[in-house]
Design a protein around this ligand. Structure first.
Ligand code: SAH
Length: 511
């Protein structure tokens, strides 16, 4: 095992925030990036685990499907053991580590073993869950304090250890965590000690997560409404005049794709732009990497084309993947962007243009229409008879572009720079979600995402219940060939266009 370097913190008690991965602090992220061992709970977004190094040991200590949790003394012992072995340990906890997180007990145990630690506070659900539903816990006109209270019955005390007489008389906001099982008793205690049964109240489940749900009702009616809506843990209970502000101030739940589950099918490293655009609009995204980028079956033609690159007057790249593959091959031959100095470069789409810019290639002929026909049209007046043209693109690409250029008298070398292949990983989970009717929409960003998803799902039948979205005419054709009709096709054949198509057709359908 590795040893700590002198003076280095041994254990970080880090608040992960309430769920939305964007609510982790910068300091929390830096600690995760540094971790040799990451010990985490159930209410921590899986996205945050992605900040850990690939060789970091991940230890889950949250509730298992059969409702068992690792007892606290065992978690304490684990932290101590891993830290004493010389690892940098991060204990990642939902919300804030010192708000009902038992972080205090863990710190005591670390101190008792002479281990150094840091506490990285987190955004607590006590504040964030109300905030995301549009309830400010304080307000100049409605509440000048807020009190965070456990609703959990512990060893027969817990709730009953709360001074209800005083709590019921507080003028400020009350926030109960871990209170769902005791909701009837909480309400009885408050009303029994004199609180107005008409006091506004709310329950927010999975606050800040895409599956956030809220129920608002006067205190006396809260339990019934919660039962009707089937709201369970994890949820916060908010009691006080501020709860009435939600009607005017709700925002997360007003996002156009709020409550929608959308499948994103792209190669894993490409999915994030589409996924984050959809999440930004409130959707819950299921990323399904139906395709993966791989080297072409025969890498020789690309290698030869790059070696003889001076001979080409035109170099045509049709996707960001093609750009990356081209420059990876160039780098392997110890060439850089200067190898294109003598050539005209043409590209399809702004994504390809951006990828070229990342390699320093900015003088590019870019097709405004995002398909091969568009590029063929653009080059029609520019490519002269006898020009040598290199097209580096996906192995499975169509013949439209080379044929059009050949018709103009060009000498075309059409080489495979990469190939996309189907990935089965995650197919079963996606099939289950589709079968259960949990998927509202499926996005397709290319023909190969259609073909490969269908291959993974064993045919089109599971997709019949979801709304399908196509990025452009070629993708739409592939869907139709499989007997599937898209709900909409992007007006502009880009990621932004695809997102717009979803917003236009899905907006407000749920509420
Ligand atoms: N340390 C955490 C609280 C841990 S206790 C924090 O600061 O947020 C666990 C309780 O927190 C749950 O029973 C629930 O009441 C609340 N909770 C945690 N995350 C939540 C969320 N995203 N939405 C609503 N309640 C949440």
């Amino acid at each position: 095992d590795m040893a700590h370097s002198k003076g280095e913190t041994q254990v970080y008690l880090v608040g992960a925030g309430p769920g939305d991965p964007g609510l982790l602090t910068l300091k929390g992220r830096a600690a995760i990036e540094r971790a040799d061992v990451l010990v985490y709970d159930r209410l921590v977004s899986p996205r945050l685990l992605g900040y850990a190094r690939p060789d970091c040991e991940l230890v889950y200590v949250g509730k298992t499907p059969d409702h068992h949790t690792l007892p606290q003394h065992k978690i304490n012992a684990l932290l101590v053991k891993k830290a004493l072995a010389g690892n940098v340990v991060v204990r990642l906890k939902g919300g804030d580590p010192f708000v009902f997180g038992r972080g205090g007990e863990e710190a005591e145990e670390l101190r008792a073993h002479g281990l150094s630690y840091e506490v990285v506070p987190g955004v607590t659900s006590a504040i964030a869950a109300p905030a995301y539903t549009g309830i400010p816990v304080t307000h100049r006109d409605a509440a000048s304090s807020f009190t965070v209270i456990t609703g959990h019955e512990r060893d027969g005390k817990g709730v009953s250890a709360i001074p209800w007489g005083q709590v019921a008389r507080l003028k400020g906001t009350l926030v109960f965590l871990m209170g769902m099982e005791n909701l009837p008793r909480i309400v009885d205690n408050l009303v029994g000690h004199g609180m107005d049964p008409a006091t506004p109240a709310a329950v927010v489940r999975y606050g800040t997560w895409p599956m956030q749900r809220t129920v608002c009702a006067p205190l006396a009616a809260l339990e019934e409404r919660v039962g009707e809506e089937g709201i369970e843990n994890p949820a916060v209970i908010v009691v006080g005049q501020v709860a009435a502000l939600r009607e005017r101030l709700s925002w997360a739940e007003r996002k156009p794709l709020f409550g929608k589950t959308v499948v994103v099918t792209r190669a894993r490293h490409q999915a994030s732009a589409l996924a984050s655009a959809l999440e930004e609009r409130g959707a819950q995204v299921l990323e399904f990497p139906a395709i993966e980028i791989a080297p072409p079956a025969d890498p020789q033609p690309l290698a030869e084309a790059v070696a003889g690159i001076e001979a080409y007057r035109w170099v045509v790249l049709t996707s960001a993947n093609g750009v990356d593959a081209f420059f990876a091959e160039a780098a392997a031959q110890r060439l850089d962007a200067r190898c294109l100095a003598g050539a005209e470069v043409a590209a399809i789409g702004t994504g390809t243009q951006a990828a070229l810019a990342a390699y320093g290639i900015t003088q590019v002929h870019v097709a405004r229409e995002f398909c091969a026909e568009g590029l063929a049209g653009l080059l029609a007046g520019k490519v002269r008879a006898g020009d040598r043209v290199l097209i580096a693109r996906a192995e499975e690409a169509r013949d439209v572009l080379p044929r059009a250029l050949e018709e103009q008298g060009a000498q075309v070398s059409d080489v495979a720079a990469y190939r996309t292949r189907a990935v089965a990983e995650g197919a079963e989970a996606l099939a289950a979600a589709l079968r259960a009717g949990d998927v509202d929409a499926v996005t397709f960003t290319s023909s190969s995402t259609v073909t490969n998803l269908l291959a993974c799902l064993g045919g089109p039948s599971l997709l019949e219940g979801a709304d399908l979205y196509s990025i452009g005419p070629v993708t739409t054709e592939t869907l139709r060939a499989a007997g599937l009709e898209p709900r909409a096709q992007a007006v502009e054949y880009t990621i932004a266009g695809l997102v717009a198509a979803l917003v236009d057709t899905q907006e407000g359908e749920l509420l």
